[in-house]
Design a protein around this ligand. Structure first.
Ligand code: GDP
Ligand code: IMO
Ligand code: MG
Length: 431
């Protein structure tokens, strides 16, 4: 039996939350390893909806351990609020079941302020960030200015580090014409919540090492998607962390050998929130129909998601750069009733055919998708729980997706509900 690592293979919102929740019945520990509360993972369990941002999607299952790894940037106020919200929905959360890496970097109000101010200053060149302070917090981490969970236990170090950090950000805010922040206010606000956060602080690498030695199964839950990866995505229209499976090792403090089977969560069409290239985008009635049928509004910001056809060239690339072994194909039901369905198999650039997304921003913007066309199916796949229930047209589509991306479909999802899921191969016994 191996561990499983789940990552998104497109631009996020592929249905990672639903699949992680479903898979977590087979796991003992669920671990987030990058990103922050820019993520929005939706679970639907017998009609009850849970929207998670920082908490791992295994949190709703009693008896499971949920871990927030060192690779995550944690807004402590957002975390406490989310714990309260999820508790109100009847989920038990305690320091026994939730572990927060003591070496995780903290997001402060100056990070979201700078995130917003830079976005405003970019004008037409906006990235369309979630304005949650994700980018500025990762910048501070790499610049060795960051404040970490463990610093909350040391008043003097915290005060000193915070003074320097806010000085840095105030210079930026001043330059951008935004309001400066008072370090003393941030300090006292942090001291107020420090005990509630420190309750969950843990030596996460050790907890995971012990779990592995005891034969427990670990499920790593990625956020965002490979095309938002800071190295392999559509830079600069990306997030500020690595999304690839390899990040599970550095972002949790485990051996790369513990990553196990890598499951790429893949929507049966494509969506993107925020700015940046999107070769198969349909700014027409097709995109509107996909958006309406798929309820494509952001879980975190409520923004309308851009929609388009499935891009097999892009997913094929994510499989290689992300280290994906097999995919979970989600939202197949959204394609029900389309007369014609298209799949992008590659691109045309300056009159030449290419089979991958080039790195250059200019080239990415100029790509023309090359499509293969399919006859759609009129039957419903919504709620299907076995391969046998799928219409022939849908089966043909899934088979062609597998051929074009060069990886097997391990799981299929046919509605937001937890159990409307078809298992083809158990990823926990795949390696
Ligand atoms: P994540 O960020 O990857 O976890 O995805 P989100 O939760 O942001 O967005 C996926 C949306 O699609 C959520 O509203 C899910 O409830 C929903 N969803 C997941 N799988 C399916 C599916 O197979 N069919 C349909 N119709 N909706 C799905
Ligand atoms: P989940 O985990 C979709 C996008 C933002 C923006 C870019 C940078 O739910 O799939 P950031 O705030 O991270 O600096 O924004 O990345 N983005 C997401 N898009 N799903 C997400 O997470 C995202 N997290 C960030 O919209 O374009
Ligand atoms: Mg999401």
């Amino acid at each position: 039996m191996s561990n499983v690592t789940v990552i998104g293979s497109q631009w996020g919102d592929e249905g990672k939350g639903k699949i992680v929740d479903w898979l977590s019945s087979r796991a003992d520990v669920v671990v987030r390893f990058q990103g922050g509360h820019n993520a929005g993972h939706t679970l639907v369990i017998e009609g009850k909806v849970y929207k998670l941002h920082l908490l791992p999607s295994g949190i709703v299952r009693p008896g499971k351990i949920s871990v927030i790894g060192n690779g995550v940037v944690v807004d402590p106020w957002a975390l406490l609020q989310e714990i309260d919200n999820v508790r109100e929905q009847g989920v038990e959360i305690s320091p026994k079941t939730l572990k927060l890496a003591e070496n995780a970097t903290i997001i402060l109000p100056c990070h979201s302020a700078v995130d917003g101010a830079f976005e405003a200053a970019r004008g037409k060149g906006q990235i369309g960030t979630t304005k949650r302070g994700i980018g500025p917090a990762y910048e501070d981490k790499v610049a060795r200015r960051g404040i970490r969970v463990c610093d909350l236990a040391d008043k003097d170090i915290l005060k000193e580090k915070l003074g320097r950090l806010v000085l840095h950000h105030n210079a930026l805010l001043k330059g951008l014409g935004a309001e400066e922040l008072d370090p003393d206010v941030i300090y006292s606000d942090l001291m107020n919540i420090a005990p509630s956060i420190l309750e969950y602080a843990d030596v996460v690498w050790k907890t995971l090492d012990e779990a592995q030695s005891a034969g427990k199964k670990i499920l790593f839950e990625g956020a965002q998607g490979m095309m938002l990866d800071v190295d392999h995505g559509t830079y600069p229209f990306v997030t500020s962390s690595n999304i690839c499976a390899a990040q599970a090792a550095t972002g949790a403090g485990i051996s790369p050998k513990m990553i196990g089977h890598v499951l790429g969560i893949t929507k049966a069409y494509t969506t993107r929130v925020g700015a940046g290239p999107f070769p198969t985008e349909q700014q027409n009635e097709i995109g509107d129909k996909l958006g309406e049928r798929g309820h494509e509004f952001g879980t975190t910001t409520g923004r309308k998601r851009r929609c388009g056809w499935f891009d097999a060239a892009l997913v094929r690339q994510s499989i290689k750069t992300g280290g994906i072994d097999g995919i979970a194909l989600t939202k197949l039901d959204v394609l029900d009733g389309f007369e014609e369905i298209k799949i992008c198999t590659g691109y045309e650039l300056n009159g030449k055919q290419i089979d991958h997304m080039p790195a250059s921003q200019q080239a990415q913007a100029e790509l023309k998708p090359v499509y293969e066309s399919f006859q759609g199916w009129i039957e419903s796949t919504e709620g299907a729980r076995s391969w046998a229930e799928l219409p022939a047209g849908a089966i043909k589509y899934v088979k062609r997706v597998e051929e074009l991306i060069g990886a097997p479909v391990t799981l299929l999802s046919t509605s937001p509900e937890r159990d409307d899921t078809i298992l083809m191969h158990d990823p926990f016994s795949a390696v």
